[in-house]
Write a protein that binds this ligand. Structure first.
Ligand code: HEC
Ligand code: HEC
Length: 271
């Protein structure tokens, strides 16, 4: 009983949080919906027959509000979760009650999951009541699949190889405005270290070279890159990298020692 009431209360909170956000983005929301939903809103049913998460007595306005917020948070159209559109864009033929789309089923799971997360957050000591509630956007940030920059690039690395990384990075940059990705250097440095640890030296080099292009003054990147070039027997590249690093950190004795060792090796005939 208590649990049930708690759940009801949080559902209400989530809905009003949705309304606040909808207010902040109303222009965008209107623009978003102009093409499809508003034009077809007459085709959104008045009665709902398959609500398992939202309360049965939810008003039509509140339900559509929640749907619109979810669509914006994931950067998708209604038809991504609701099947049957005759042409893929209009609401004609859409069966909103159908659970045929795995994405709709996933979204329903996610709605409950978000409530569980927020309930757990509210349990934190000295918290009383969670102030900043988690929403779909906290993780999804405008994408159907939440991914870090490394995960986004790793998918491209696996499918299209290291040559595709520069383009993939540019694709990610274009989504800067959504606040989707972390472009600070450590996001990719850690991934590069992971690849190096797995013995994928050439790919690790590709990741650090990519990252160096965007953080040319980073000593951490140059240090990792120098070591990787050495591992790949690319002495000339290692020397150039350490020389650059020494310009940035003239007092770095370790780098000076590496340089001397490499130059010594280079100088040795037949080495
Ligand atoms: C990310 C997936 C997703 C998106 C996008 C989405 N919906 Fe939904 N929709 C759901 C889920 C899940 C339910 C079921 C909720 C429940 O079980 O209480 C639902 C239920 C509905 C229902 C009630 C159907 C019934 O009879 O039970 C309507 C109407 C609806 N959505 C309209 C929309 C509209 C309009 C949009 C676009 C503005 C939209 N939805 C976008 C997932 C989505
Ligand atoms: C705590 C983080 C988090 C929150 C909050 C969250 N999601 Fe997700 N969601 C995920 C993850 C992780 C996946 C799985 C991604 C994958 O499979 O690669 C996912 C997957 C999904 C999918 C399936 C995507 C696909 O490719 O088929 C849908 C739909 C979805 N979420 C909807 C929602 C909705 C709607 C909300 C808000 C009610 C929400 N999510 C809140 C983390 C989250």
């Amino acid at each position: 009983m208590g649990v049930q009431m708690g759940r009801e209360r949080r559902v209400g909170e989530q809905r009003s949080a949705g309304r606040r956000r909808a207010g902040a983005t109303s222009c965008l929301a209107l623009a978003w919906l102009a093409a499809s939903a508003v034009a077809g809103s007459a085709q959104i049913p008045e009665e709902f027959t398959n609500l398992r998460y939202f309360p049965q007595d939810i008003t039509r306005d509140d339900l559509i509000d929640a749907m619109r917020t979810m669509s914006l948070d994931l950067g998708v159209r209604c038809q991504t979760c609701h099947v049957g559109s005759v042409d893929g864009t209009s609401f004609e033929g859409v069966d909103f009650a159908s659970d045929e789309s795995p994405r709709k089923v996933a979204a329903r799971e996610m709605l409950s999951m978000v409530d569980r997360i927020n309930a757990a957050v509210a349990e934190l000591p000295d918290r009383g009541r969670a102030r900043d509630l988690v929403s779909c956007k906290t993780c999804h940030a405008g994408a159907i699949r939440p991914q870090t920059l490394s995960q986004f690039l790793a998918a491209r690395l696996e499918s299209d190889g290291p040559e595709s990384l520069e383009q993939a990075y540019a694709d990610a940059r274009r989504q800067l405005e959504w606040g989707r990705f972390d472009f600070r250097e450590w996001e990719l440095n850690l991934w590069g270290e992971e690849l190096a640890g797995a013995g994928r030296v050439d790919e690790a080099i590709a990741v650090f070279e990519l990252n160096r292009g965007h953080h040319p003054e980073s000593a951490s990147i140059l240090t990792s890159l120098g070591a990787l070039y050495e591992r790949a027997d690319r002495s000339e590249d290692a020397i150039a990298t350490y020389e650059r690093l020494l310009e940035l950190q003239p007092q770095n004795v370790q780098v000076r020692a590496r340089l001397d060792a490499l130059r010594g090796r280079e100088a040795l005939p037949g080495a």
